[in-house]
Design a protein around this ligand. Structure first.
Ligand code: FES
Length: 250
């Protein structure tokens, strides 16, 4: 709080906050950079993504296109990557951590407001495609659950290995991430003037409350699912390369 006679701080990162406001943007920036680097590296490899009944989620659904001059992951991942890049939570995270725009609440941004157009001008206006990318990525969920199902099939017999659990955890995390999306909440309960007027609206209200429960935890699911995607890929990759042996639990 500026006292009478004191000069209000100005310039980049100027603030009257006295807490360690920089910790959250720093930690989330480092975390995001690490996961993005890993996912790009893994997508670029184009090998070691399938071993036995385990398929890396970065390569799901499995594409077998002969003569493709680049890793199939670049085709497979385009909608999910754009979905994540336009996610409301991730926008907040990378606007703060990478663009310092602003670095935190009540902290001065980099550059100032001159010519600021927010998300109304190119390229940031494209963030509004998020709801359509939500529909596109919903199509991936059945394939991810199919992968979890295949991960229980050991030469025609039901079984469970550590890899099964890793792949299953990823399918659950990505499902929760998708259904906790703001667009999912709008889809089930948006564009209604009255929740209680008709039986159909009351049903949608009940669904909207469940979607809101998930939506309140969207940041948790955003991080968990990014970690499980990279973790599942790493696990499959290590097993495929013979660096570790998959442990059969059942
Ligand atoms: Fe994050 Fe839609 S708001 S995925």
């Amino acid at each position: 709080m500026v006292q009478p006679g004191q000069v209000r701080p100005v310039g980049f990162a100027a603030t009257e906050r006295t807490d360690a406001w920089w910790v959250a943007p720093l930690v989330q920036g480092l975390g995001l950079a690490t996961l993005i680097c890993y996912a790009n590296w893994a997508a670029y490899q184009g090998r070691d993504y399938l071993v036995g009944n385990y398929l890396s989620p970065l390569y799901s659904p499995l594409l077998d296109i002969e003569g493709l001059p680049f890793s199939p992951a670049f085709l497979i991942l385009l909608p999910p990557v754009l979905f994540r890049a336009t996610c409301y939570y991730y926008r907040k995270a990378y606007y703060r951590s990478f663009f310092f725009d602003p670095p935190a609440c009540a902290v001065s941004e980099l550059g100032g407001k001159k010519g600021y157009r927010g998300e109304t001008a190119f390229p940031f206006v494209l963030q509004n495609l998020h709801r359509y990318l939500f529909y596109a990525t919903l199509l991936y969920l059945p394939f991810l659950w199919l992968d979890a199902f295949h991960a229980t099939n050991f030469d025609g017999k039901f079984g469970i290995g550590v890899g099964t659990l890793v792949i299953l955890a990823n399918s659950i995390a990505l499902t929760l991430y998708s259904f906790s999306c703001h667009s999912a909440r709008h889809l089930v309960g948006g564009s209604l003037d009255c929740f209680s007027c008709t039986a159909a609206n009351r049903t949608r209200h009940a669904a909207w409350k469940r979607a809101s429960f998930l939506n309140e935890r969207h940041m948790l699911f955003a991080w968990t699912s990014f970690l499980t995607v990279c973790g599942a890929d790493l696990y499959v990759r290590l097993v495929a390369r013979g660096a570790i042996t998959d442990l059969r639990l059942l």
